[in-house]
Design a protein around this ligand. Structure first.
Ligand code: E4P
Length: 222
């Protein structure tokens, strides 16, 4: 399973990239708006593309097919690893088809049902992003969308990658990986939680304490 970081925070991205933990990054207008001093979000996107050689999703803010296509083409010029994020709306599918036909990879975002994911694949998306957390937030089962989409794509040999998005906690990661999502994009807080276990901390404390006793004893014996 590929790990993408769901942030535009350069410090977080640098840390995760240096540790070799991420294969790509997803951004959106909300995430870019949180970056302090980001007057030109395109500069941030270029820097992210420099830090991480994998796919970097950059979202259009236009909502008509022609404007989304034009914005997508502009974003794709920022770096070779840009993936254009297009919302799952009717005009978005036209823009997806045109961009994909021109060799630009598209991530169809704001997907909340397996049929939206199937439509996005038919339009030519390289990635589809079902938003698990936002479905759970309103009392639905977000993971069911991943489950259904995996089964449908496998039934028909669809190559579009399922990018589990809106990940809120490590359990989402376990389930998405078990079902076979191709990618999961997560906030840094979730990535850090994946590394943590209280027994790891307890075990390390114990090892260090025992080592301290051993070295204290050998000093006495010497
Ligand atoms: C995906 O690409 C989105 O940026 C993201 O996962 C949305 O997550 P949220 O529901 O936490 O905003």
């Amino acid at each position: 399973m590929k790990f993408f970081l769901d942030t535009a925070d350069l410090t977080e991205i640098r840390w995760a990239a240096d540790a070799g933990l991420i294969d790509g990054v997803t951004t959106n207008p909300s995430l870019l708006s949180k970056v302090a001093g980001a007057d030109d979000p395109r500069e941030i996107l270029v820097e992210i593309c420099r830090l991480v050689p994998g796919p970097i999703s950059a979202e259009v803010v236009a909502v008509t097919a022609d404007a989304m296509e034009a914005e997508g083409r502009d974003l794709a010029k920022l770096a070779d690893n840009i993936v254009v994020k297009i919302p799952m709306i009717e005009d978005g599918m036209l823009a997806t088809r045109r961009l994909a036909a021109g060799g630009i990879r598209v991530n169809v975002t704001l997907c909340f049902s397996s049929m939206q994911c199937l439509i996005a694949a038919k339009a030519g998306a390289a990635y589809v992003s079902p938003f698990l957390g936002r479905l759970d937030d309103i009392g639905h089962d977000g993971m069911e969308v991943i489950r259904e989409t995996r089964a449908i794509y496998d039934n028909y040999g669809i190559a579009t990658e399922i990018l589990a998005a809106s990940i809120r906690h490590p359990r989402h990661m376990v389930e998405a990986a078990t079902i076979g999502a191709d990618v999961a994009t997560m906030p840094t807080s979730v990535l850090r939680k994946l590394m943590q276990h209280p027994l790891t901390d307890l075990g390390l404390d114990q090892f260090l304490a025992d080592w301290g006793k051993l070295t204290a004893r050998s000093k006495v014996e010497v």
